[in-house]
Design a protein around this ligand. Structure first.
Ligand code: ZN
Length: 243
């Protein structure tokens, strides 16, 4: 089975649609690693598009924030404003959907989490040492995470726990064998690796073949919708810079 791997859509319907168009015909099922909403102008449309496809989805911290499940006083003021708007905008049906999302999922050779297997909703795996500590927290050969909005693969190099970060080579199939790995496909709706293009991946789950991809989308159209609902300007401009 070929799976479309997406994460951190963040209510950016235009980026989500661009990914689906680019990946058309290349997958039968969707694995979404969380943060469907938060920041962007299209929370209901994004949830509903995801719900219309055969998929599984994990809970992200912004999904929980929209549910009022966590204390957002630790969020910065811009993020807080976006959370409140998202919470007020989501329909009861879509809130129920987000409320039912699991925090981890194990399927075949893969463990899925939003942040990390150790702290599924919260932990950012931003460097090899953090990845190294997480290999003890899942049993499958491979783990897929989102949350940092940065595409990368962490490979366990030896039994001593040495771990290396491998940067993605886009549109090149890679066979996942030999080493345990924690893989991040990057973010659909708010990339933070200085590349504003939407990020996603395609995985053949039986053959263990993984492919990172990027695709450009109409950023000004999303920004116009964000300004219309009075989103903080910092959140609007960051999309064009990819941070
Ligand atoms: Zn996110």
């Amino acid at each position: 089975m070929r799976v479309l791997i997406i994460s951190d859509i963040h209510a950016n319907l235009t980026a989500f649609q661009a990914v689906l168009k680019d990946a058309e015909g290349d997958w039968e099922y969707v694995w979404c690693l969380g943060d469907v909403v938060g920041y962007g102008p299209d929370p209901n449309e994004s949830v509903e598009l995801l719900r219309s496809m055969p998929h599984l989805c994990l809970a992200g911290n912004h999904d929980w924030a929209a549910l009022g499940r966590l204390d957002i006083r630790t969020f910065n003021p811009d993020a807080r404003k976006a959370v409140n708007w998202t919470r007020d905008t989501l329909t009861p049906e879509n809130l129920d959907y987000l409320d039912a999302l699991p925090t981890t999922f194990v399927i075949g050779d893969y463990t899925l989490a939003h942040g990390s297997p150790r702290e599924p909703v919260w932990e950012y795996i931003l460097e090899p040492i953090i990845a190294a500590l997480n290999f003890a927290h899942f049993e499958t050969p491979f783990c897929l995470v989102g949350h940092t909005h940065q595409p990368v693969t962490y490979e366990l190099m030896n039994e001593g726990g040495d771990t290396e970060a491998v940067m993605p080579v886009y549109r090149q199939e890679r066979l996942l064998n030999g080493k345990r790995q924690i893989i991040n496909p990057g973010s659909v709706g708010q990339p933070r690796d200085a590349n504003p293009d939407a990020a996603y991946a395609i995985l053949d789950v039986e053959a263990n073949i993984f492919e990172h991809r990027r695709i450009a989308y109409d950023i000004p159209a999303v920004q116009a919708r964000m300004r219309k609902v009075d989103m903080p300007e910092r959140l609007v401009t960051r999309l064009e810079h990819g941070w």
